[in-house]
Design a protein around this ligand. Structure first.
Ligand code: EPZ
Length: 422
């Protein structure tokens, strides 16, 4: 397995361009199942997870190619298989996003249950309850969800106890081809859902309530192929802003959407970092001593849980006490033990981590446990004295396009060692 080697203490300067958002690209790729024909997706990042989703689409009989201009052309004319196999689904929980579209178009689906995940149990009960409300006959057997629809899906009002991102996306996609109107109450409001709504409307869907917690979908008999440009990745953006806070210096992040990061930018300013924003760039500079801030993760537009681990790394070097409350996932502190190995002073108290920041961090061999935890270790390593070796970096490859190149280009001393396969 590959490792990253980072020499801490180098300040950053220069420009980092942001790639398309993983969590917008995955539902958009699944949405191509809804309509036969050639869909065009611009700015899809080349990541392990997007490659997995493309393999899944191929397993259904869908074909694709990347155009010279980088756009993905996806031909969903033929679908001759409705089963999402365990060996693909176990590597990416977001595979559940094919369930709604397959049921809507093919009236049948057999999708492996995703199985466990490092950051929490992450059940899919909201997805299943809501699909049943739309008329799906669901059974669970041998680790697979089997769904059948007699006739067409029928619109209904569904309510989510928690504004689940992928459950909202799954039901939204299914409802576009249902008979009648579907109302989704307590819907998630992440920008990636807005991007999916833009794609679905471009395919002929009728959807009201974009960016709100109530979506109203008037179903239609069929949709046409879509064309969409994937929005910039707000979590990648936040990660590089936090990396600069940690390493020191000043960088400009380009091709990004500052308006998608209201909570993080407020916290970075609260930590004493200088932030200037334009329509598609953010300039950040560390010009004075950092200050500790408290954070509490919550659904958008609250503080993103996907930036919690990386922010904790910054708080480790910010003098003072920082209370970090994780309200979304029950086990998203796997990075704490690794940060402690680097000298961090962190105590866990239930769903909160208490960080006593300001003591120096030291380079150490550490292990990535999940996607954002591995990003947290990179952020910490940039500030640490000496060399940090991060193992299991395949976690990073799921969500960061060319992280080593982007950080090297702004002065970080970071390299990747590929282990020879025997
Ligand atoms: C999406 O996951 C993201 N993934 C996650 O990003 C992100 O952390 C999460 O939303 C929260 O923002 C994608 O968009 C592909 P949820 P999702 O359903 O949809 C519970 C990353 O790093 N829940 O909003 O799976 C769940 O356990 C990944 O890119 C149920 O109980 O998250 C969690 O506690 C990690 N039953 C809470 O709701 C359900 O049926 C919110 O989860 C569904 C969810």
């Amino acid at each position: 397995m590959d490792t990253l080697i980072i020499q801490g203490g180098k300040t950053l300067s220069g420009t980092i361009p942001i790639s398309g958002a993983k969590n917008a690209a995955l539902p958009a790729l699944a949405a191509t199942i809804l309509a036969p024909g050639r869909h065009i997706l611009h700015n899809v990042p080349d990541l392990r997870d997007t490659r997995t989703m493309l393999l899944l689409l191929e397993s259904f009989g869908i074909t694709w190619q990347r155009r010279d201009d980088g756009a993905l052309v996806i031909d969903a004319t033929e679908i001759d298989n409705i089963e999402a196999s365990y060996d693909l689904v176990k590597t990416m929980r977001a595979s559940v996003l094919v369930l709604g579209p397959l049921l809507a178009r093919m009236k049948r689906a057999r999708v492996s249950l995703p199985g466990g995940c490092a950051i929490g149990a992450r059940p899919i009960d909201f997805h299943m309850k809501a699909l049943a409300m739309l008329g799906v006959d669901l059974t669970l057997e041998h680790g697979y969800v089997e769904g059948k629809v007699s006739g067409r899906l029928s619109g209904n009002t569904v309510y989510f106890d928690i504004p689940s991102v992928t459950a909202t996306e799954n039901i939204l996609m299914a409802a576009t081809l249902a008979k009648g109107t579907t109302v989704i109450k307590n819907a998630a409001r992440e920008p990636e859902i807005g991007n999916l709504i833009d794609m679905l409307i471009g395919m002929g869907a009728t959807i009201e309530g974009r960016d709100s917690d109530q979506l109203i979908v008037k179903g239609t008999e069929e949709l046409s192929p879509g064309e969409i440009s994937i929005i910039p990745d707000r979590i990648e953006t936040g990660t590089y802003l936090l990396a600069t806070g940690s390493a020191g210096g000043a960088i400009t992040v380009t091709d990004c959407r500052p308006d998608h990061l209201p909570a993080l930018l407020a916290k970075l300013r609260g930590a004493g970092l200088e932030i200037e924003t334009g329509e598609d760039f953010i300039r950040i500079a560390r010009t004075k001593i950092l200050k500790s801030v408290d954070i509490k993760t919550s659904p958008y537009p609250g503080f993103p849980t996907d930036l919690q681990a990386q922010t904790m790394a910054l708080m480790c070097i910010s003098p003072g006490l920082s209370v970090i409350a994780e309200t979304i996932f029950e086990n998203r502190f796997m990075h704490v033990a690794e940060l402690r190995r680097m000298g961090a002073d962190i105590r866990i108290d239930g769903h909160s981590a208490i960080v006593m920041g300001g003591t120096p961090l030291f380079g150490a061999p550490v292990m990535a446990t999940d996607l954002r935890a591995s990003a947290s270790l990179v952020v910490a390593a940039l500030a640490a004295e000496g060399e940090t070796v991060i193992s299991r970096v395949y976690h990073l490859d799921r969500g960061y396009d060319n992280l080593v190149g982007k950080l090297s280009n702004v002065g970080a001393k970071i390299r990747r060692i590929s282990e020879k396969r025997e």
